[in-house]
Design a protein around this ligand. Sequence first.
Ligand code: ADP
Ligand code: RBF
Ligand code: MG
Length: 175
Amino acid sequence: MRPTGPRPDTAGPDSGPEAPYPAKLSGEVIKGFGRGSKELGIPTANIPTEGLPTFIESGIYYGWAGLKTQECGSASDKEDGIFPMVMSVGWNPFYKNEVRSVEVHIIHKFPQDFYGSHMNLLIMGYIRPEFDYVSKDALIEDINKDIDIALKSLERTPYADMRKDSYLLSFPEEN
Ligand code: ADP
Ligand code: RBF
Ligand code: MG
């Protein structure tokens, strides 16, 4: 169960990410459990667990995500396809999953789904381990706090600067 008490406002050192972060991960968005993360207001783009660096243990992470704007439908002039994200890696103890999953909630409102899109991730730091919860509301409350922590953490200059990393918008060649 999640320990009680207040949570910090940011995660990781203010001076900038320390090894092994920033860590790169990419994959194609696949169908998840269809459990309705969306209905909770927290859709998660799932990617295959293959290719996950071995040092990424189960837990909650934050960072930057890069998508093709024409595929996620966010092609306004201001938007370049790079968004803040929170990522859950593990077994979802609250749901007692039998397979490990990697799911990314992108902190942005999209007009359409983007299953099949290639997603590039720069994992900037670790927030917390996975917990079991007394209720769905308690889980949602913690996810919303993860989102606040991610946004506040990414505002810090060394973290904000990495938004410009060309890796985020490098996509495989189309044939
Ligand atoms: P699934 O169980 O298939 O993963 P979800 O209910 O978690 O279904 O919804 C995830 C899908 O919603 C993603 O694959 C993506 O296409 C879409 N989506 C829309 N907005 C977002 C967002 N802000 N973050 C992540 N995925 C989103
Ligand atoms: N599931 C858990 O069982 N325990 C967790 O601590 C947990 N934390 C999460 C944190 C974030 C930022 C996200 C995006 C998901 C988390 N999940 C967790 C996964 C959640 O159960 C999953 O997205 C569900 O499918 C929501 O319906
Ligand atoms: Mg999902």
